[in-house]
Design a protein around this ligand. Structure first.
Ligand code: QV4
Ligand code: CA
Length: 477
């Protein structure tokens, strides 16, 4: 399975142990200045499955092999627009399909001038000029990207045809890119045309899982809630706020996380798709700003992902990235455009696996980091259990449990922690799944002793490699 822009793993209940999101698989504009940026994949030329990650046969093979081992594939669907207005004309597309951006001609779909919103957008530039005008945001061009006229049944049908092709191959659902830039009713119209999932892997009548990229940090007229009828929505406040808390910016502290979730003004839990970072904001694109934690800040990042996976709010997504030569000039990463690790001929480097199970070739594979992988298991073990036994020291030492199945405790203060707290767990010896895990009925890391009354002693020094401990009933000796 090749990853280019990113791989996303979100965690659904136990029946779906692993869920992977893939970069846009359809044909896109080939951009050579800069040299093959990751973001060229957000400039569609056609709906042929033919990208830098491979062709249709290779995509089918990946989906089949993943489905056969219980890994579900979600596709990033870029259907708000085609390539940028300055994309030119010719066959510089990943499958060599001809197009002419200047006169809106995309014969490989086919789309023509009638299928775009040029006449509908009322700004002087044809671009979105103000996010305070909901008509501009939906009907004008986002960064010059040619905006599709999704009120037309023809356009809706072409989009649905593309998505149905993917569903028939075996994908389990979609991330709807730039959903804020489409009218909720237009999204509903093409979603209503979608097939049920492929019965080779899914039970009859299963609908595709949908989550919509709507950036709503508050302060704009378009609200995530307008999209609830279509599926989940991305909750961007989540990563921005969690990063602020763990960095201790703006006077925030972990003790305030006691009412994390709706209590922080987030969308209802059953509507939320949450994440610490994504492929945009880990490199300064999109929303969230400087507080966003990423693999570059590994220690705080593991704590943030650990907190997210332990907490019951939302449907969680784990990021998996590639490293790039990040280089700041005047506060901006001038290399934010870098594509995936690639060979001299432009082909993407393989995701090699090291002896310690981490990835090589500059693939970061956060999902394989022991702390993150083990917290995914934690989330599955505690699924459905209530948020319980919150404890805090009024500062940055906090703990909480999930019923009688799991417990997690953090020390993000500048002093050592030594506490005796209620875990809610049955008496016994548990393996900490952060410093190690349970193997052959012994712990490879720290051990935690829970006494008959459910209490346990936790010591976490401020300079610990990972200043948090997590235990659950499947890691009990
Ligand atoms: C630029 C100017 C234009 C100008 C044009 C001239 O902005 O005003 O007219 O040049 O050629 C790239 C460039 C951008 C360029 C554009 C068109 O960065 O400078 O326009 O191409 O050539 C990704 C990247 C963008 C990239 C885009 C298309 O992040 O930088 O643009 O792909 O290649 C908002 C939205 C939200 C969006 C977020 C980034 O509400 O929906 O911004 N997030 C999603 C994806 C994101 C993707 C897109 C949407 C677009 O997650 O990855 O943008 O599909 O918040
Ligand atoms: Ca639009």
């Amino acid at each position: 399975m090749k990853r280019t822009t990113e791989t996303r793993i979100s965690l659904l209940p136990l029946l779906m142990p692993a869920v992977t999101g893939v970069s846009p698989p359809n044909e896109n504009l080939v951009i050579t200045n800069p040299n093959r940026p990751w973001w060229e994949r957000y400039q569609p030329i056609s709906y042929k499955i033919c990208s830098r990650s491979g062709n249709e046969e290779q995509f089918k093979d990946m989906v089949k092999r993943c489905n056969n081992v219980g890994v579900r594939i979600y596709v990033d669907a870029v259907v708000n627009h085609m390539c940028g207005a300055a994309g030119g004309s010719g066959t510089h597309s990943t499958c060599g399909s001809y197009f002419n951006a200047g006169n809106r001609d995309f014969p490989a779909v086919p789309y023509s001038g009638w299928d775009f919103n040029d006449g509908k957008c009322h700004t002087g530039s044809g671009e979105i000029e103000s996010y305070n005008d909901i008509y501009q945001v939906r009907d004008c061009r986002l960064s010059s990207l040619l905006d599709l006229a999704l009120e037309k049944d023809y356009v809706r049908s072409k989009v649905a045809e593309y998505m149905n092709h993917l569903i028939d191959i075996g994908v389990a659902g979609f991330r709807i890119d730039a959903a804020k830039h489409m009218w909720p009713g237009d999204i509903k119209a093409f979603l209503d045309k979608l097939h049920d999932l492929n019965t080779q892997w899914f039970s009859a009548g299963t609908r595709p899982f949908i989550y919509q990229e709507v950036i709503d940090l508050g302060g704009e007229p378009i609200k995530g809630s307008e999209y609830f009828g279509n599926g989940r929505v991305t909750e961007f406040k989540y990563g921005a706020k969690l990063g602020t808390v763990l960095r201790k910016w703006d006077g925030e502290k972990m003790a305030y996380l006691k009412n994390w979730g709706e209590g922080w003004g987030f969308v209802p839990s059953d509507r939320a798709l949450v994440f610490v970072d994504n492929h945009d904001n880990q490199r300064g694109h999109g929303a969230g700003g400087a507080s966003i934690l990423t693999f570059w800040d590994a220690r705080l990042y593991k704590m943030a992902v650990g907190f997210m996976l332990a907490h019951p709010y939302g449907l969680t997504r784990v990021m998996s990235s590639f490293r790039w030569p990040r280089y700041f000039e005047n506060g901006k990463d001038v290399n934010d455009w870098y594509g995936p690790p690639s060979n001299a001929d432009g082909s993407t480097k393989a995701v090699t696996i090291n002896a310690d199970t981490t990835c090589g070739n500059d693939w970061v594979c956060e999902h394989r980091w022991r702390q993150i992988r083990n917290m995914v298991i934690f989330r599955n073990v505690v699924d459905g259990e209530p948020f319980s036994n919150w404890w805090d020291n009024g500062s940055n030492q906090v703990a909480f449990g999930r019923g009688n199945k799991g417990f997690i405790i953090f020390n993000n203060d500048d002093w050592n922690m030594n506490v005796y707290v209620q875990t809610g767990l049955p008496a016994g010896t548990y393996c900490d799944v952060i410093s190690g895990q349970k193997e052959d009925n012994r712990c490879t890391g720290k051990q935690v002793y829970v006494s008959g009354d459910g209490k346990a002693n936790f010591q976490i020094n401020t300079d610990a490699e990972d200043p948090f401990i997590a235990i659950h009933v499947d890691a009990k000796l």
